[in-house]
Design a protein around this ligand. Structure first.
Ligand code: SAH
Length: 445
């Protein structure tokens, strides 16, 4: 380790790292793009590959641009800030195609061009940042430096809704004034761990979640009052208690400190309640394209029975229910499940049933016919129980909405003896990062 080599980037990995072949080895390198040659310092070896850092660039890719964010090379959140947006979309389509060919064993997968955004900045409706102290003892917030508990301070994030920056700054100032102890990742001491901010695109709602180590921290009332006074745009403040020593941000205990404890937002004309811990799509503009693309594949005639699996707060299922006979939505997270029931009520939708539980368990015990299954699993993808039930129940049409091309390809391979992949549309819900959403249609052979 520490050795410096000269290498040329030939590809981009699924995590958005430059791929350099060196003798018989592969080196993954952040911020290095195909065609570029650089001096690379070898940092560490993991799972059969080396990870390196660019020391000196010898030539620049024509796709390289000056990033808006000056810490993007160390933050790790935006692997593609230094790439033109046009090139980002090309690499995302390629990631989907490569995964389907390499993992899914599908030759010549007909992947459509990735649908991008007109303005690919400031799109995220959720930001979560750790709070802590720097080496001099100053309160800081930002992001963890790779493989460490050191926080790199950040004043402004170029992919996050612009309202969040000044709120975070003032939270930091209030914490200093009121001497609220921030958490120390190494000792496990302190109170405030993370702050999460959720903004609404269509409503004037804004939620601040304070993740703390103990409920009712001293000075809490004064802190919340002062924060609301400074930022009347905040409509709700929630305290979430996480005393465990893990990387998971949210704990299980919650207390509403101000407002209703949730925000509302809408997608394709329906309004949804979103709690602190519920999953909700992070890109409010692109999600409409994503859902419309997925639901257009159903060709509704108002007589379909639909299963919406991995349903979050019920968004896809509720939108589908307007054109279907009946929708069943299954979701494992209890808060999201509760939100989904409220969401059906507030949108006056009655032809939908929400089930809280494991999607695989539920579908395998389902009695009756299903015309379409829409599945939108988390990054780790679906599981054999769910997929083999789709096969056994001879479901005619599957719409797979995926946020991870590699697990999508793995699951499609499992289904491929029985299903043809007839439509593949990548959509860019995560500009500046290597992530991509994909909508696929699988039809029974
Ligand atoms: N379709 C929703 C949510 C997608 S995210 C939307 O578009 O907003 C994936 C969801 O799957 C999360 O809400 C997660 O809690 C849920 N989930 C994860 N594992 C699950 C399982 N085994 N069974 C059911 N739901 C699960």
């Amino acid at each position: 380790m520490g050795k410096i080599i000269k290498g040329t980037c030939t590809d981009i990995s699924s995590e958005g790292k430059g791929v350099v072949k060196y003798v018989k080895d592969i080196i993954f390198c952040d911020g290095l793009f195909p065609g570029e040659t650089a001096d690379i310092e070898i940092m560490y070896h993991r799972a059969g590959v080396y990870f390196g850092k660019v020391k000196k660039l010898h030539n620049l890719s024509p796709d390289r641009i000056e990033p808006k964010c000056k810490v993007c090379t160390i933050c790790g959140g935006c692997q593609y800030q230094q790439l033109s947006y046009r090139a980002q979309l090309i690499y995302k389509r390629k990631r989907v195609k490569d995964a389907l060919e390499r993992i899914g064993h599908l030759k010549d997968a007909d992947v459509l061009p990735c649908i991008g955004m007109d303005n690919p900045y400031y799109y995220r409706n959720k930001i979560q940042v750790p709070f802590g102290k720097d080496k001099k003892g100053n309160v800081v917030y930002g992001f963890f430096k790779e493989n460490s508990h050191d926080i790199i301070p950040i004043k402004k994030c170029y992919i996050e809704n612009e309202k969040a920056a000044s709120i975070l700054w003032d939270i930091k100032e209030l914490i200093k004034q009121m001497k609220i102890p921030v958490y120390n990742e190494d000792s496990g001491r302190g109170i405030l761990r993370y702050v999460l901010i959720r903004t609404s695109y269509h409503y004037e709602d804004l939620m601040v979640v304070l993740v703390t180590t103990e409920l009712n921290f001293p000075g809490q009332r004064n802190f919340v009052d002062a924060l609301i006074k400074k930022h009347p745009e905040i409509t709700t403040v929630v305290e979430n208690v996480n005393s465990r020593h893990t990387n998971v941000i949210l704990g299980n205990k919650e207390k509403i400190l101000y407002g209703k404890g949730y925000i509302q937002d809408s997608i394709l004309g329906l309004t949804f309640n979103i709690s602190a811990s519920s999953f909700y799509q992070v890109n409010p503009k692109q999600v409409e394209i994503l859902y419309k693309t997925a639901l257009d594949l159903i060709d509704f005639h108002h007589n379909e029975v639909v299963l919406d699996a991995y349903s979050g707060v019920g968004t896809i299922g509720l939108i589908a229910s307007q054109n279907a006979k009946k929708v069943y939505s299954v979701e494992i997270n209890t808060d999201a499940h509760k939100n989904a029931i409220e969401n059906a009520k507030r949108n006056n939708i009655e032809n939908i049933e929400f089930i809280c539980g494991d999607a695989g368990e539920y579908i395998s015990s389902f009695v009756g016919d299903l015309d379409v299954v829409i599945m939108d699993p988390p990054r780790k993808g679906s599981d054999e129980k769910f997929l083999s039930t789709l096969i056994n129940k001879k479901i005619k049409k599957i719409i797979y909405v995926s946020c991870d091309p590699e697990t999508l390809a793995r699951d499609i391979k499992f289904l491929s003896p029985y299903y043809s992949l007839t439509y593949i549309q990548p959509i860019d819900n995560f500009p500046m990062t290597a992530h991509v959403e994909t909508v696929c249609l699988l039809t029974r052979k």
